[in-house]
Design a protein. Structure first.
Length: 468
């Protein structure tokens, strides 16, 4: 065989081998994907920098990311959180599917860096940055990762919703104002957000969809299932992101998201009424109207998760012990008795059949008085103040004085336990009395007109003026 024919034969053989390899690779890729061991899918709609680094560096980007991660871990141990932000940003550009980096970077922004600042607006910028990092970027490249959904929901439920950060009241107020701007009021009009008709409605729908990455149809479904909910509250957004996560996650990973839903519904029952005022911080009150829906949230998760059912039932039991107590101290005795019966039916060992609702509530109140919980203490003090006014309306001045004395004792005890600290402080008792009276005299949500007039007379307040 001459030299030219030999080269031609080699070229044909090489072409055949390449073709066979290509076909084999396609078959192997299909099999790997079916078995769940496929490599990373190509990024879609990625920023140019991210697309360049992931394609040009190829397999080397993993080695570089590992080296950077080792350095980031050292910085974490040294408390150099600001430096970690830039380093973590590089890692996410090299390995956008490296879930743990997204979680650590967002946590550092939201928790570790935010508290370095004394001004609440500065803190809020870092809390927001952590939320946006997970919501806008982390989920963009990892849409089926339950840990990202869980962490995002946790930031709403814990960082914004709880009171461990001194700026929590500021965060709640800013977020509520943002949501009201998007909704055009206190509550979203789901149908108009789903199918906007006017330019203003289309802009609100666009902002909700593009800026906050929320689907109005999913919001409506959640509200119909568990609501009506106050979508200005951070706990409701925790429920939203946990619900979306359940739709994308594998079965064995769902408990971390289910827990967010029933915990947030419990918090919504305990403090799910938000009152905003121009001259006072946001105020949270129990939402007793939502007890049925909160109970449904527990029952749904118990039915859907067989493996973790016992853990969810323990949380459900605690919720049911709180419901009749809250109803009693807010003068809704008949409903409280109904839920006490339901507690006994569901968990016969939770409370004796011989214990009355009043005895049960007194025992529960004694337990709460021992715990320096801001939310429970505020609810308990306001409830006793309200009971004092109800006793006054019932021509029981001695009972009224007794209830008010108990409110003062509880307020004093809580003040002593918290050492007067501002982060967990209650409003002055006189201010709390004014707020309770304001609620009772509210024409929309308060007492009947005749009872309101009588209370005004007893408290020597001016007569109610007619609405313009």
């Amino acid at each position: 065989m001459n030299r030219r024919a030999y080269k031609a034969l080699l070229a044909v053989i090489a072409l055949v081998c390449i073709s066979i390899a290509g076909l084999s690779q396609h078959f192997l890729n299909v099999q790997r994907k079916a078995l769940g061991i496929a490599g990373r899918e190509p990024l879609e709609n990625a920023p140019p920098v991210l697309a360049l680094t992931t394609q040009v560096l190829g397999g080397f980007r993993g080695l570089i990311a590992n080296a950077l991660w080792l350095r980031a871990t050292e910085m974490q141990d040294e408390g150099k959180y600001f430096e970690m932000v830039q380093l973590s940003d590089w890692i996410t550009k090299l390995e956008p599917h490296f879930v743990h980096v997204w979680l650590v970077q967002a946590w550092n922004m939201t928790y570790n860096i935010s508290i370095k600042f004394s001004d609440y607006p500065d803190r809020w910028r870092w809390v927001r940055a952590g939320i946006e990092l997970l919501r806008d970027d982390g989920l963009r490249y990892n849409p089926n990762e339950p840990l990202i959904y869980r962490e995002l929901a946790w930031f709403f439920q814990h960082k914004m919703g709880q009171n461990l950060d001194e700026g929590h009241v500021y965060y709640k107020g800013v977020w509520a104002q943002e949501m009201m701007q998007v909704f055009g009021g206190e509550r979203p009009n789901f149908e108009r957000l789903i199918a906007p008709q006017t330019p203003d409605e289309r802009e609100r729908a666009r902002v909700l969809r593009e800026k906050y990455k929320m689907d109005a149809a999913v919001m409506r479904d959640i509200d119909q299932r568990y609501g009506p909910l106050d979508w200005r509250l951070p706990e409701i957004h925790a429920i939203y992101w946990a619900t979306v996560g359940l739709q994308h996650s594998k079965k064995e990973e769902l408990i971390v998201l289910r827990r967010v839903i029933y915990q947030s519904m419990n918090l919504t029952f305990q403090r799910g009424r938000l009152l905003l005022s121009t001259n006072a911080p946001p105020r949270l009150l129990p939402n007793l109207e939502i007890i049925d829906r909160a109970n449904k949230a527990f029952l749904d998760q118990i039915a859907d998760d067989v493996e973790k059912r016992d853990a969810i039932k323990r949380a459900h039991r605690n919720f049911l012990k709180e419901a009749p107590y809250q109803l009693f101290i807010h003068n809704r005795v008949r409903e409280g008795e109904k839920w006490l019966r339901y507690l006994r039916e569901q968990y016969p060992d939770a409370v004796s059949n011989t214990v009355s609702l009043a005895e049960f509530a007194i025992n529960r109140a004694t337990e709460d008085a021992r715990e320096p919980s801001q939310v429970k203490a505020a609810a308990l003090v306001e409830a006793f103040v309200a009971q004092s006014y109800f006793a006054l309306l019932g021509d029981k001045p001695e009972d009224a004085n007794e209830y008010m004395l108990r409110a003062q004792e509880l307020w004093n005890a809580y003040f002593q336990k918290t050492k007067g600290g501002q982060r967990l402080a209650l409003l002055p008792l006189d201010e709390m009395k004014k707020l309770v009276v304001k609620d009772m005299l509210d024409p929309q949500r308060g007492l009947p007109k005749e009872t309101r007039d009588r209370l005004r007379t007893l408290l020597r307040m001016p007569a109610e003026t007619a609405a313009p």
